[in-house]
Design a protein around this ligand. Structure first.
Ligand code: PAF
Length: 282
């Protein structure tokens, strides 16, 4: 496995790969790699592509400084992780390499970026789509892999690629969970023991909503209530949003007729967790 820190090195390394007609895959990460990232890389490895993993903690997408600063990564450990999962090249640029001066250009996906997490994290998705656009220009991948845990991010990136005619296939990768259901996230390691113990309730609440929908409940308010009933009695969990949305447009749904996503964000102590599940009317 090779390791590059500069954009020039990545371009120089990928030019012959492209000339040989080999496809290129990209798994974009912010490091602190765990089994959820492992699933992205393993899914990408199923293709014959040359696989690039990027590791870059994208400062502008953190609206809170403490969250950014808590995002500590161990590059040596992450490189070992990528090697073990069979990546071909790791691109781990510095902040200076990605943002040598104040960035005047940005990419924004209107509408899709505004609800759910977008309501509580102003500017977050613009920073995500901007850095992903930069990575797409640097790597020019044929396929790029994003986890379903960040459903809104996945849909926003899908829409960016379609609207800007990017010849890249956006491949969704299912959420990886702990045995008790908690979705893997780099933020889980910040949970104190008693917070970790209650954190899986978020997934259980989403499942309760989903079960309500698959049992024939067509009212989103009722489905939401089925989930919120589990969370409300737990003082260590503060729900930021719990919504039933159209799986593609992310618009809130009132009457459920097609496939929807039940998505939630909640604070468990000082840690913000997000999760979502697919739900279908019977
Ligand atoms: O999902 C993430 O880890 C980040 O949002 C991404 C896509 C790497 C952009 O910084």
């Amino acid at each position: 496995m090779e390791h590059a820190g500069s954009i020039a090195e990545v371009r120089a390394r990928l030019a012959p790969v492209r000339r040989e007609g080999r496809g290129i895959g990209l798994a974009a990460t912010m490091g602190a790699l765990h089994a959820g990232h492992g699933a992205l890389i393993d899914r990408a490895r199923r293709e014959p592509d040359f696989l690039v993993v990027s590791i870059f903690v994208n400062g502008p997408q953190f609206e809170r400084r403490d969250d950014y600063e808590a995002y500590a990564i161990d590059l040596a450990q992450d490189l070992e992780f990528c090697r073990a999962h069979g990546a071909d090249l790791v691109f781990a640029p510095s902040l200076q390499e990605m943002y040598p001066r104040e960035q005047a250009a940005s990419v924004e996906v209107a509408g899709l970026s505004e609800g759910l997490c977008g309501r509580f994290r102003p500017g977050h998705f613009r920073a995500v789509t901007t850095v992903v656009a930069k990575l797409f220009h640097i790597v020019q991948p044929d396929r790029a892999y994003f986890g379903e845990k960040d459903w809104q991010q996945l849909e926003v990136i899908r829409r960016m690629a379609v609207d800007l005619n990017w010849p890249v296939e956006i491949v969704p990768v299912p959420t990886v969970r702990e045995p008790d259901g908690l979705a893997l996230s780099s933020r889980n390691r910040r949970l104190k023991a008693e917070e970790r113990a209650v954190a899986p309730l978020l997934y259980r609440a989403l499942q309760a909503s989903r079960d309500c929908i698959s049992a024939g409940c067509v009212s989103a308010a009722e489905a939401k209530e089925a989930g919120m009933r589990l969370l409300a009695p737990e003082p260590r969990i503060r729900v930021e949003y719990f919504e039933v949305v159209d799986a593609e447009t992310l618009a809130p749904v009132e009457r459920i007729s097609g496939p929807v996503r039940v998505a939630a964000a909640a604070w468990v102590g000082g840690t913000r967790l997000i999760d979502n599940v697919e739900a279908k009317a019977p």
